[in-house]
Each structure stands twice: as structure tokens, then as C-alpha cells.
Design a protein around this ligand. Sequence first.
Ligand code: AMP
Length: 278
Amino acid sequence: MEVYKNEVDIKREISSLKKAGKTIALVPTMGALHAGHLSLVKKAKEVADICVVSVFVNPTQFNNSDDLDKYPRDLEGDNKLLEKDGADLVYAPNVNDIYPDSFVSKVTVTKLTEPMEGKFRPGHFDGVTTIVNILFNITTPDFAVFGEKDFQQLRVIETMVADLKMSVKIVRGELIREESGLALSSRNQLLSHKGKKDALILSNILHKAKEIFQNGESRVSEIRKEASKMIEGLSYFDLEYLEFSDSDLCAVNNLSEGDRIFIVGYVEGVRLIDNIGV
Ligand code: AMP
């Protein structure tokens, strides 16, 4: 497995692989890798000959500099995991190479980026769509794999690729959870042992809400009441949002099959995100 920092070098390698008839799948990540990321690597290898993983903590998608500073980083550990799991190329550029002082461009997707993450993290999706374009232009993938863990991001990228008639095919990877139900996340590393247990409130609310729906209650107002009861009096959890949407991220008042429930909240000052399909 080769690790590249330099854009010219990885472009040259990918170009020669493509000339030899190989197909390329890209898995964009911000590193501090876990089994959720590795499931995307597995998917990439199922659909293409060569799996490229990018590891880049993208500063332009953070709207809070403290959050960016605290974000876990472990390129050495990441490379070991990726080597073991059969990634072929790693692209881990420096920030200044991606964003030189002269950089003034951005890619914007509207509408889908307005609710939820877009509302609470202004500018976040511009950062995401811009870096994803840069990574696509450098690695020219046939496929790119994104996790349903960040479902809004996945829908934004799918829409951008369709609208801009980009030739890459987006592949979805299912959300991977710990046995406890906790969604795997790089940010879980920032939690104490107790914090990880407390963080189960997110998946517990989602699973409870889904259960209520499956038992015949589709009114969002009623499901919200049950969720509020679960959160009431919890000093360790600070809810940012609980949303009920269709697969195009439009809020619904009544849940139907195929809709999704989204939750974001803070435990020990760490912002945690989760969602579930119903
Ligand atoms: P990140 O490193 O958090 O930016 O995530 C990189 C990619 O991994 C994104 O497509 C995420 O949706 C995906 N991902 C992160 N956590 C999980 C998980 N628990 N299950 C599946 N995919 C995930």
C-alpha cells in the first residue's frame, strides 16, 4: 500500500493504473479510522479494482476552530488499519497543498443543505462539496463510497453528482454500530468510558422512535413526546436537533416507510450524529 502526500505523484499513479484498465473507487475520510470506515473500504473493493482512501481533516467544513483542533488524528494508525484491510493507495495531503493562500473557490449545493447540519453548522456543506470536488479531480474515481452515517451529506453529494453530470458513481455504505447500538464515529475517541455509555441516548431514541412507528403511531408530534420523555432530566445530554424527514430531507409531520429520523446532540462537549431509516 502506497501513501501519497503529493497531488502530482498520486495523479501519475492513478493515471497509469487506469491506462492498464483498472477501475478506481475512492473512500474520502477525515482519518481516525474505525470499522465504519473499513466497511466502506470493503465496499470499494467489491465495486472496483483499486481502492483509494483519502485521509484529510478538511478545515473548511468546520465552523468551529475548537472542534477542528480537537478532531482526532492518527495517520500512522490509519495506515496500519488500511494496509491490513487491503486499501491500495492512501492520499493524505497537507492543508496548505489543498488550500494555498491564493484559494478563493467553493462549490455550493442549495436546498438539501439548508436543514439540519446546514442550519446548525453554517458553511459546513460548502466545505464538504468543495473538498469532495477537489478529491474527485485529483483521484478521478469511477466510484466513490460514502456512509449513511452522514445521510444528509450522502444525499448532498448524490445530488451534486447528478446536477453537475459528474461521471463518478456514488455508492452507499450502511451505518455501522457497536454492539451496544452506538454509531461508530471518530469522535467517540473523545468520550470517556462513561461518556460512551451516555452517548447511547442517541441510538436509544432512534430505536425507540422507530419501534413506536412500527407499532402503528406515525404522527411525528406523538413520537417527539416519547423522545422528550427519554431526554427529560438528563444532565449529560444536550439535544441539538431531532428531525423526521423523507429521503429528500424534507421534514414530515407523519412518518411513512422509507423516511428517516435524524438526531444530533452533545455528550461531554462532543457533537454526536446519528440517523435511522424506518
Ligand atoms: P469521516 O471520517 O467521519 O468524515 O467519515 C468518512 C466517511 O465514513 C463518510 O462517508 C462517513 O459517512 C463514513 N462513516 C463514518 N462513520 C461511519 C459508520 N459508523 N458507518 C458507516 N460509515 C461511516
